[in-house]
Ligand binder design. Structure first.
Ligand SMILES: NC(=O)c1ccc[n+]([C@@H]2O[C@H](COP(=O)([O-])OP(=O)(O)OC[C@H]3O[C@@H](n4cnc5c(N)ncnc54)[C@H](O)[C@@H]3O)[C@@H](O)[C@H]2O)c1
Length: 452
C-alpha cells in the first residue's frame, strides 16, 4: 500500500528540535509591526492562532513554530473542546516554550474563530474545507496573514467567496499560503521547471491518480458511546465529516486535488470542461455518508489536451498516488509512487536520488513566514482556489453524469452549507428512517438540481 501523503504533516518533538536548530531569533523581521500594528513595540514575535485543532492543524502549528525567528502560538479555536485540549497537549509536549495558550485564549464554538483570529498576526485555518470560506473571509476582514489548508471550499459559491476575499487580501498586502505543499517540494519544482522549459515539447496528454484506501471513519455508534448520549445530525456530521459533501467535498476534492493541482501546474492553466463517471460500489454502510468510493474523469484543457484522472477508496485494488504527462518529444513521470521526477525522451533526466530535499510541509511554512518577515508578496489563493474548483468540477461531472464546464462549476448556485450553525439546527443532509444517506444518481433530473 502506498504511503498516504495526507497523513503526513504530523509534528514530532524531533522535527521541532531539528528545525528550531536553524532559528535566528528574529533577525529577518521586516516592517510588519509598523505596517499592521501587529506587535508590541520592539517585539519581533509573530503570534499564531490555530483554527481547527485536528491532525493537520497540529502539524501546521508545529511547522509554523519551527520557522525562523520568534514565533508563539497564542490562541486556539475549535467547535469541540476535546479536540482542542488533546491537541494543545501534543503541541505543549513538542514545543512547550513556544506555546502560550492559557484557558482564556482557548475558544470553543461556532464563533470561536473570530476571537482567536483577533489575537494573531498569522492564522492557520485547518477545519474541514466546507467551513474554509467563512474563516478565510473573516481572517482577511481582520487583516491577518494566513496559512489555509487545501481544499479551500467544496462548491462554486464557496470558491467565489474565497476569490472575492483574495482580492481584498491583495489590497491589504496580506501574505497567504495554501496547503498544496508540492509547490514547495524540490523534486516537483525541478521537474516541472524542465517541463515548462520544453523538455518534452508540447504536452498532449496527462494522467493522475489518488487510488488508495478509506482514510478513517467515526461511526455514530462509537461516537455516541464515547459521548454517553445521542448525537444530533449536525454534531454527528461534524465528527464524521469526511463522508459529507458540505464539509469534505468528497475525496476527489479532499485528496485528489493534490494530483489535479500538479497537472494544472504543469499545464500552466485550468481545464475548461470535464466528463466522467463514478459511484459507490464497495464502501457501503450508514457511516459512509453520501460520497462516492470512486471517480474517473476526463478533464479537457483549452488546447484540447486531456487529463485522465482516477481516484478510488476500495481495498484490494491497484493503488497509486501519482501524476504522468506525455509530450511531443518525450514523457514524464512527474511525481508520486516509485520512479517519479523522471523525464524520458531526447532530454532524458531524473531528479538526482539522494539530493537533500526539505520536508515540503515545513518548507511551505518557511516560505510563508519568510515573506511575512521580509514583507514580500506571497499569495497562493487564486491557484489554490482554481485547483480546488478543478476537483469540484470533476465531482460535478461524476455526480451528474453530464459534461460540465469550468465556468458552470464556478457559477453554480448550489450552496452546500447550512443556513444556521447550531448543534440542534438541521444538518444540510438527512438520513432515511434506517439511518442511511443517499448517494447521487448520475443522469437523474432531481439529483441534477442538487449538483449543478
Ligand atoms: N496538505 C495536506 O497534505 C493535508 C494533509 C492532511 C489534511 N489536510 C487538510 O487539512 C484540513 C483538516 O484535516 P484534518 O485531517 O486535520 O481533519 P481533523 O478532523 O483532524 O481536524 C479538523 C478540526 O477542525 C475542527 N472544526 C470543524 N469545524 C470547525 C469550525 N466550524 N470551527 C472550528 N473548528 C472546527 C474539528 O473539530 C477538528 O478538530 C482538511 O482540509 C484536509 O484536507 C491537508
Amino acid at each position: 500500500m502506498q504511503k498516504n501523503p495526507n497523513s503526513s504533516g504530523d509534528f514530532s518533538r524531533r522535527d521541532f528540535l531539528r528545525t528550531s536548530s536553524v532559528a535566528v531569533g528574529g533577525a529577518l523581521l521586516g516592517n510588519i509591526s509598523a505596517e499592521r500594528g501587529a506587535h508590541a513595540a520592539g517585539d519581533d514575535t509573530v503570534k499564531v492562532a490555530l483554527i481547527g485543532c485536528g491532525g493537520r492543524g497540529t502539524g501546521a502549528a508545529g511547522q509554523a513554530l519551527s520557522t525562523e525567528g520568534s514565533v508563539r502560538l497564542v490562541a486556539m479555536a475549535d467547535i469541540f473542546e476535546d479536540h482542542l485540549t488533546s491537541k494543545l497537549a501534543v503541541l505543549q509536549k513538542n514545543a512547550k516554550e513556544k506555546v502560550d495558550v492559557p484557558k482564556d485564549r482557548q475558544f470553543i464554538g461556532f464563533d470561536a474563530y473570530k476571537e482567536a483570529i483577533a489575537l494573531a498576526d498569522v492564522v492557520i485555518l485547518t477545519t474541514p474545507p466546507g467551513i474554509r470560506p467563512i474563516h478565510f473571509e473573516e481572517a482577511v476582514r481582520q487583516g491577518k496573514n494566513i496559512f489555509m489548508e487545501k481544499p479551500v471550499a467544496v462548491d462554486g459559491p464557496g470558491i467565489r467567496r474565497v476569490l472575492a476575499a483574495a482580492e481584498e487580501a491583495k489590497k491589504k498586502s496580506l501574505k497567504i499560503g495554501v496547503g498544496l505543499q508540492r509547490h514547495h517540494q524540490l523534486p516537483y519544482i525541478e521537474t516541472i521547471k524542465r517541463l515548462h522549459d520544453g523538455a518534452i515539447g508540447d504536452i498532449t496528454s496527462m494522467r493522475c491518480y489518488w487510488n488508495g484506501q478509506t482514510p478513517w471513519v467515526h461511526t455514530r455508534e462509537d461516537l455516541e458511546r464515547q459521548a454517553g448520549r445521542p448525537l444530533t445530525d449536525m454534531e454527528y456530521q461534524f465528527r464524521n465529516w469526511y463522508y459529507f459533501v458540505w464539509l469534505c467535498g468528497d475525496h476527489i476534492v479532499e485528496q485528489h486535488i493534490h494530483n489535479l493541482d500538479v497537472i494544472n501546474w504543469v499545464k500552466n492553466g485550468f481545464p475548461v470542461k470535464a466528463r466522467g463517471m463514478g459511484g459507490c460500489e464497495v464502501r457501503k454502510g450508514k457511516d459512509y455518508g453520501e460520497i462516492f468510493d470512486h471517480h474517473a474523469v476526463e478533464f479537457e484543457y483549452a488546447d484540447g489536451s486531456i487529463c485522465f484522472s482516477e481516484c478510488r477508496h476500495q481495498p484490494g485494488c491497484w493503488n497509486s498516488v501519482s501524476e504522468h504527462v506525455v509530450g511531443t518529444k518525450g514523457s514524464c513521470h512527474v511525481g508520486g509512487d516509485t520512479g517519479g521526477h523522471t523525464i524520458r525522451g531526447e532530454n532524458a533526466w531524473r531528479f538526482p536520488r539522494g539530493t537533500p530535499s526539505r520536508d515540503p510541509y515545513q518548507q511551505e511554512h518557511d516560505d510563508l513566514f519568510a515573506a511575512i518577515r521580509k514583507n514580500e508578496a506571497f499569495n497562493e489563493v487564486e491557484r489554490g482556489a482554481k485547483s480546488t474548483l478543478t476537483a469540484i468540477l470533476g465531482r460535478m461531472a461524476t455526480y451528474s453524469g453530464k459534461e460540465i464546464s469550468f465556468e458552470q462549476a464556478l457559477n453554480s448556485q448550489v450552496d452546500h452549507l447550512p443556513k444556521i450553525f447550531a448543534w440542534d439546527a438541521p444538518a444540510p443532509v438527512q438520513p432515511n428512517s434506517e439511518g442511511y444517506y443517499s448517494t447521487p444518481v448520475p443522469g437523474d433530473s432531481e439529483w441534477l438540481k442538487k449538483i449543478v
